[in-house]
Design a protein around this ligand. Structure first.
Ligand SMILES: Cc1cc2nc3c(=O)[nH]c(=O)nc-3n(C[C@H](O)[C@H](O)[C@H](O)COP(=O)(O)OP(=O)(O)OC[C@H]3O[C@@H](n4cnc5c(N)ncnc54)[C@H](O)[C@@H]3O)c2cc1C
Ligand code: FES
Length: 264
């Protein structure tokens, strides 16, 4: 992990709120693993407002070009600031952070379940797993068609996928968790990685309670320091039959066994 700056090669607007930023960084491209994230300074040099860096998953890595990217949704001040950055500007960030995911172990079949911007960190898992010749299926759910432009990234992976939207404006109409439930037998011998809103994760936790799939959730808690110091990102993780302990999403995660997460 290092404090880094990287030249922004593009900051492409996918729709009013969704952007993909490509950054030149040999260090990230050499060292980062699927599931890791970066913590980005969201203000100009010498300005400390907003004070806290903002965490973003690593969306894609193109090793050959030393370029990585992040896919982000504009929510508040920090993401609004980075959406205004232009090609040639420098991005100030810390990374790679969090624990990487070892994809070499486990099943040869991988199911990715993403809700909204939760698709972002799953994309690199899909790419690396399919590069290992694993059979990868991506199930992605959205409220509407605002992520439509992202489908071109998905198509580039040459994997099977399903898109669900709540209003039916793109792909099948419905919830991604319902899609998974309706196709539960199809994904019987798959290792599963999911990321998205809490309600989706809670539903998936119920669906997979008594099944033998290994289900890993990538959590996106609000963070402060991003390096395990402030305890701002603590989550409850089951310990034994009735107990629990606190783990830090930034240091112990962001990937956790979904069955062990306690959603209060
Ligand atoms: C490990 C990790 C990886 C992430 N990866 C991505 C990613 O790849 N792409 C992406 O777009 N976002 C990602 N996020 C979420 C992203 O960090 C937040 O959207 C961002 O910090 C918002 O900053 P802001 O200043 O724009 O909004 P703020 O002004 O800080 O907040 C605006 C609104 O968003 C809510 N909010 C802020 N952070 C979060 C959060 N973590 N979860 C839910 N609600 C939040 C606030 O409560 C508030 O209502 C990730 C978060 C974590 C912890
Ligand atoms: S954000 Fe500070 S400990 Fe995780």
């Amino acid at each position: 992990m290092k404090l880094l700056t990287g030249e922004i090669l593009s900051n492409e607007k996918y729709n009013d709120s969704l952007y993909k930023m490509e950054i030149f960084s040999p260090y990230i491209c050499k060292d980062a693993q699927a599931g890791q994230f970066i913590n980005v300074k969201c203000s100009h040099d010498g300005v400390l407002d907003p004070l806290l860096r903002r965490p973003f998953g690593i969306f894609n890595i193109e090793k050959k070009f030393n370029v990585f990217s992040m896919l982000y949704w504009v929510k508040g001040r920090g993401t609004k600031f980075i959406s205004g950055l232009k090609r040639g500007d420098m991005l100030d960030f810390v990374g790679p952070l969090g624990k990487g995911i070892d994809l070499s172990k486990g099943e040869n079949n991988i199911l990715l379940i993403g809700g909204g911007i939760g698709i972002a960190p799953l994309y690199l898992i899909a790419k690396l797993a399919s590069g290992m010749k694993k059979n990868v299926f991506f199930a992605a759910g959205f409220k509407d068609n605002s992520y439509l432009r992202w489908e071109k990234d998905l198509i580039e992976l040459k994997i099977n996928y399903a898109v669900l939207t709540e209003d039916g404006s793109w792909g099948e109409k419905g919830l991604v968790s319902d899609y998974v439930w309706n196709n539960i037998k199809l994904f019987k011998s798959f290792d599963i990685y999911c990321c998205g809103p809490r309600d989706m994760l809670k539903t998936l936790q119920n669906i997979y309670k008594d099944r033998n799939n290994k289900v890993t959730a990538l959590l996106e808690e609000r963070m402060a320091c991003g390096v395990g110091v402030c305890e701002g990102c603590a989550v409850k993780i089951r310990k034994g039959k009735k107990g629990f302990s606190y783990k830090k999403v930034c240091k112990d995660g962001p990937a956790f066994n979904l069955g062990e997460v306690i959603f209060d």
